[in-house]
Design a protein around this ligand. Structure first.
Ligand code: PRP
Length: 182
């Protein structure tokens, strides 16, 4: 077992399972946006890996941009506030915006962001999230495209971190409580 895998309780989604689901999501997006150009927005840092895989499977005219928001700080629990740390460089007027997110947890990040982007004149704003934890929701927001709905596990890998680590695991695993409880 390698250095990172020993900190996991178990693997939740393998590389192959993730790749298959990403292909399905991209296919759905390609069909739904036919005839339009998409502005794909990557929410740093957690979405970077998912974003890179997803956009390469979308067969449409597409541009992308990056944004960084923060809701967690370095902790396992949400601090409750959302701060824009890096804003988009693209004018959203008339654009079809697809926000690409790694996980929807309390929903605060996306509730805030959707409102912000809708006020910038976008023609549409939709959400594609790889993971969804509906049991943790505090604001009533839903993704338009969801990879996997999961229970309230502490998940890492494929972009998701604990204290900035484990993002480079190529699959998604459940972090052992002995790591985040110490
Ligand atoms: C995480 C995750 C989502 C957000 C979800 O980001 O990537 O953006 O929290 O939580 P919410 O639904 O409760 O708002 P984080 O702030 O940890 O930053 P990161 O993407 O750099 O890991």
């Amino acid at each position: 077992m390698n250095n990172l895998a020993k900190d996991l309780d178990r693997v939740l989604f393998t590389e192959e399972e993730i790749a298959a689901r990403v292909r399905e999501l991209a296919g759905q997006i390609t069909r739904d946006y036919a005839g339009k150009e998409v502005l794909a927005v990557c929410l740093l840092r957690g979405s970077a890996v998912f974003f890179a895989d997803l956009v390469r499977k979308i067969d449409l005219p597409l541009i992308f941009d990056f944004m960084a928001l923060s809701s967690y700080g370095g902790q396992a629990k949400s601090s409750g506030s959302v701060v824009v740390k890096k804003d988009l460089d693209t004018d959203l007027t008339g654009r079809h915006v697809l926000i690409v997110e790694d996980i929807i947890d309390t929903g605060r990040t996306l509730t805030c962001l959707k409102q912000l982007l809708a006020h910038r004149g976008a023609a549409s704003v939709k959400i594609c999230a790889l993971l969804d934890k509906p049991s943790r929701r505090e604001t009533p927001i839903e993704g338009d495209y969801i990879g996997f709905t999961i229970p309230n596990h502490f998940v890492v890998g494929y972009g998701l971190d604990f204290d900035q680590r484990y993002r480079n695991l190529p699959y998604i695993g459940i972090l052992s409580p002995r790591i985040y409880q110490r």
